[in-house]
Design a protein around this ligand. Structure first.
Ligand SMILES: Nc1nc2c(ncn2[C@@H]2O[C@H](COP(=O)(O)OP(=O)(O)OP(=O)(O)O)[C@@H](O)[C@H]2O)c(=O)[nH]1
Ligand SMILES: [Mg+2]
Length: 586
């Protein structure tokens, strides 16, 4: 296996007597955070601790639970692979590898334990755990992998037991997304917030482990036996209260101290942002009129930054990496009416966005809440466009965007240039992506990256479960994995407020939009006759629809002074650049 300084250190069991910096143990299994924070920590354990020059991003093996129908599996797997490939850090302002040049990470589609009875100790059945191990062993003879990404939500205990079984750091969906935010954060504000999210995540999964020397500690990996995730009262086999519990309290106290420090720094960021917003509100454009702020929101990779770049004629970083934008930026744009607005490009959302991130990124997301108008960018070529829309609406509700603003929101169906191609492709190739599934309804499917062939692996879960391969007794409250996630109840509540405006679609000429059949999934959500949302089809790449979008923004912000429009005859051209010189960058 190629040596990876970044992760080599992750696999080193932590000596409990050498618990160093308050943060070190929280990042013990974190490929990117580990590197970043170890630089700040005085490890003092004989290791130089400075993995500043890793030989590349971590190689991640993706474990994707099976979903039905296959089209859902296809989109989720695709997203999981992109997430895994998005975990790299910029060096000197650049990523080492072009995203599109990256190879698809090795991956395995496994039985979905949620559909049956998820195991409290490992989530997956023993057969699946063994299958993954076999694949990891096979990969060891090639390049090897540094970490495993399970595209599900794991409890702390499950994560540790899987790490033990697979001998590698394991990241679940929440953990990986938080890692990506950490890796991509460039500004102090984003870094602080990402660290806070990581801290809160770690706090929810402190586990007690017994090292090879028989001593108990918390949060270590390697040869540790996980015996409990909770302190006194968790009561289970192998749990001995006493010294370990004191250690847990110590860890918690350290987390709380660091959290307090981060919160106070973030408070300062919020204060600064509030002052900047107030100053912007007082600012006038060349016509002596107020400058409105328009927040551009949407699912990650929908094309928000590309769109803002095109509208403002100003370069913003755009990339197929998920969460390419973590640091929000404001760019000024002149509308057809001649008035100036500030477009705010901000972090993208994703399904199951960790609430720790939403909470931690409060300062950043306040810009969205405080904006005068929201533009919701959707990737119209995404097969699960409806799901993307729902996700974004949930998050907007969660961060406190008012119902009025949601109803006034403009919906942009971006990437229309891709539509025809993708539609044709999905008709012909859509299901081929998971063709291996024919090998057995419930078997784990390997999309074998080594041979290029799909491999079916017969599941031995039930046998292994009976034989009791995994002996840990788990006392973690079941359902704990939902910690920090939007609960179903909350989702429903959020939808109550939005339902009336989530249907119907009005074009700039005031007519109900004709939904053509190739708008596939999107069409489903728009069958109601209720009209309330303006939809604009755009291509941020070719410029289609951009002029129309600016006009709709004009109309939404200042309905009383709508200018005479000739939408269909006018060609898109970038807005005046002279104003971009005073673009606000934060
Ligand atoms: N074909 C096509 N590609 C687009 C369009 N808009 C954006 N893209 C591409 O989509 C990818 C993602 O674009 P971004 O602008 O970075 O997306 P984003 O929504 O800002 O993503 P995050 O910052 O990660 O949330 C990039 O590779 C863009 O070039 C479009 O209209 N058509
Ligand atoms: Mg972006």
């Amino acid at each position: 296996m190629r040596s990876s300084p970044t992760l080599k250190s992750l696999l080193t069991p932590i000596n409990p007597s050498l618990i160093p910096h308050p943060l070190s143990c929280f990042f013990s299994n974190s490929p990117v955070l580990h590197r970043r924070h170890r630089k700040d920590c005085d490890f003092n354990n004989g290791d130089d601790g400075l993995n500043t020059d890793p030989d590349g991003p971590p190689r991640i093996f993706v474990v994707q639970p099976r979903l039905r129908p296959d089209s859902s599996l296809k989109t989720k797997l695709h997203e999981a692979l992109n997430l895994a490939n998005s975990l790299d850090e910029q060096r000197d302002g650049y990523y080492d590898t072009e995203f599109l040049a990256k190879e698809m990470p090795p991956h395995l589609v496994v039985q979905n334990p949620i559909a049956r009875a998820p195991r409290a100790d490992t989530l997956f059945g023993a057969g699946t755990v063994n299958n993954v191990k076999c694949h990891l062993n096979a990969l060891e003879s090639k390049d090897g992998v540094d970490a495993i990404f399970v595209n599900a939500i794991l409890t702390g205990i499950q994560q540790r037991n899987l790490e033990r079984a697979w001998g590698k750091p394991v990241l679940d969906r929440v953990g990986l997304i938080i890692e990506i935010f950490n890796a991509h954060a460039q500004t102090k504000e984003a870094k602080l917030q990402a660290e806070l999210a990581a801290l809160m995540y770690k706090r929810s999964r402190l586990v007690r482990v017994r090292g090879s020397d028989g001593r108990y500690t918390f949060g270590g990996i390697g040869e540790a036996e996980v015996v409990s995730a909770r302190g006194r009262g968790s009561g289970g086999r192998g749990f001995i209260s006493g010294a370990g519990e004191t250690e847990l309290q110590l860890q918690r106290r350290r987390i709380l101290e660091r959290r307090k420090q981060l919160l106070s720094e973030i408070k300062e960021v919020r204060r600064t942002r509030a002052l900047q917003r107030a100053a912007r509100k007082r600012q006038k454009d060349s016509q002596g009129k107020e400058i409105a702020t328009v927040a551009v929101v949407g699912y990650t990779n929908a094309g928000k930054s590309t769109l803002v770049s095109a509208l403002s004629n100003r370069y913003l970083y755009c990339d197929d990496r998920l969460f390419a934008t973590v640091d929000p930026k404001l760019s000024s744009v002149i509308l057809p009416s001649g008035r100036k607005v500030l477009l705010s490009d901000t972090v993208g959302f994703i399904s199951d966005l960790p609430v720790q991130l939403i909470e931690a990124f409060h300062a950043t997301l306040e810009e969205v809440v405080e904006a005068d108008l929201l533009v919701h960018v959707l990737d119209s070529s995404a097969p699960n466009l409806d799901e993307h829309r729902e996700t974004v609406l949930q998050v907007l509700g969660k961060i406190g965007v008012s119902e009025d603003k949601l109803q006034n929101m403009i919906e942009v169906w971006n990437k229309v240039d891709l539509q025809e191609d993708e539609f044709d492709e999905s008709k012909t190739n859509g299901e081929d992506y998971v063709s291996g599934s024919s090998g057995g309804e419930d078997n784990d499917i390997a999309f074998d990256q080594l041979s290029g062939k799909d491999v079916d692996v017969h599941d031995e879960d039930e046998k292994a479960e009976l034989s009791g391969d995994f002996e840990e007794v788990i006392h973690d409250k079941q359902g704990d994995h939902s910690d920090g996630w939007i609960s179903n109840d909350e989702e429903e509540n959020l939808w109550v407020g939005y339902e009336s405006c989530s249907v119907g679609c009005k074009t700039t000429d005031g007519q109900l939009k004709e939904v053509s059949s190739d708008w596939r999934t999107a069409a489903k959500g728009y069958q109601s006759q209720q009209e309330s949302i303006h939809c604009v089809k755009t291509s941020a790449v070719t410029g289609v629809g951009l002029q129309e979008l600016l006009e709709v923004i004009d109309e939404k912000l200042w309905p009383q002074q709508v200018v005479e429009r000739d939408v269909f005859n006018r060609k898109w051209r970038p807005s005046h650049t002279e104003d971009n010189r005073i673009a606000v960058e934060q």
